[in-house]
Design a protein around this ligand. Structure first.
Ligand code: ATP
Ligand code: MG
Length: 326
């Protein structure tokens, strides 16, 4: 069966690292049809639209999407694209690799972040001059859905689950979130730990090795996963997935990196690891594992791009990864 993958490189280094990941995918014995589509500043400058209708159609009709990054139009592009795939779960692995300088080399975490509500529901107002409010939305349905996803993900990985919350202060909203996670854990007979998100931030810095999968409300997941990025040594390494019921979008955590765009030295690893997540999502576990091992081998032995202290180009690293696919 052919998998139809939408490829949306976007702007900046997205145009360098997405082709690199496509090169890796193309070197595998998987039947993939790539459909390219444009989004971001570049297409906006050409056509007036940052997210052309045709791109939304390509993404909605694909089995999965590989996205790069968008510049100043990022919010106009990525939020609707995540919505187009129904991406309610944001999965952000943060793992340290041998050969890469990391603050905490024993880090191997996966954040499973609720991606549709919480304080990011976008309900803000200025109710009087100088007085602003924000409405935090937490539903039982979305909380259960992310909990189910988190426990499924953990079962596949065989790891510990921690749920991050602040239900001692946000009693109603995080209370509901926590209750939903407890109920799902009970129904499944699955173990889980509970952690106040502020204390968890400290524990993650001191002892990241004690944690595995962390299920988080939206904002907490955003902050804690960036914190973990700092533990493992670099934006150029971190992949992510936005997973919905029957579609998903994969993208590096980094942005367009305007300071190095066009130089051919962007680290392609974050996007190549996003492609590995895409393969696994589509059931190509063996090929996903091959990509991961090839990436690990190259991170350990080189070549490495300048962000990791090397002097190799995006192409050198990509070729090396393709060469080690086995
Ligand atoms: P944007 O607004 O698109 O997010 P930004 O200026 O915040 O742009 P990021 O892409 O978030 O840039 O990157 C932040 C820093 O990390 C930059 O200095 C960038 O060069 C570096 N960086 C990010 N991704 C990579 C990568 N894949 N390879 C090398 N360096 C990277
Ligand atoms: Mg940025």
């Amino acid at each position: 069966m052919t998998d139809r993958i939408a490829v949306v490189p976007g702007d900046g280094i997205g145009r360098e690292v997405v082709p690199a990941a496509v090169e890796v995918l193309s070197a595998l014995p998987v039947d993939i049809e790539f459909v390219e589509a444009e989004a971001g500043d570049r297409v906006r400058d050409e056509t007036g639209e940052a997210l052309p209708e045709g791109t939304v159609e390509v993404v909605s009709g694909a089995d999965a999407t590989l996205f790069g990054a968008a510049g100043e139009t990022a919010a106009d592009v990525i939020l609707p694209l995540r919505a187009a795939v129904g991406g309610y779960a944001n999965v952000r692995p943060a793992r340290a690799y041998p050969g890469v300088d990391a603050l905490k080399p024993e880090t191997d975490l996966v954040f499973v972040r609720e991606n549709t509500e919480g304080v990011y529901a976008g309900i803000e107002s200025e109710i009087a001059p100088g007085v602003t409010t924000l409405t935090r939305v937490v539903t039982e349905e979305a909380s259960r859905r992310i909990a189910e996803f988190g426990f499924d993900y953990t079962e596949a990985r065989g790891d510990d689950v921690t749920v991050a919350h602040k239900a001692n202060v946000m009693r109603t909203t995080d209370g509901q979130f926590l209750d939903a996670v407890r109920a799902v854990a009970d129904e499944r007979g699955a173990a889980h730990e509970e952690a106040l998100m502020d204390a968890l931030a400290m524990h993650l810095v001191l002892r990241p090795e004690e944690y595995g999968v962390v299920i988080c409300p939206n904002l907490a997941g955003d902050v804690l996963s960036d914190l973990a990025a700092g533990l493992v040594g670099g934006l150029g390494l971190l992949p992510s997935a936005n997973v919905g019921d029957d579609n998903a979008l994969f993208e590096p955590v980094h942005g367009t990196a305007p300071d190095i765009a066009g130089e051919g030295i962007a680290n392609p690893v974050a996007t190549i690891l996003s492609a590995a997540m895409l393969l696994e999502h589509l059931g190509h576990d063996e090929e996903g594992a091959r990509v991961r091992s090839a990436v690990e081998a190259v991170l350990e032995d080189g070549p490495r791009t300048p962000d990791l202290g090397g002097s190799a180009t995006t192409e050198d690293v990509t070729d090396a990864i393709v060469g080690r696919l086995g």
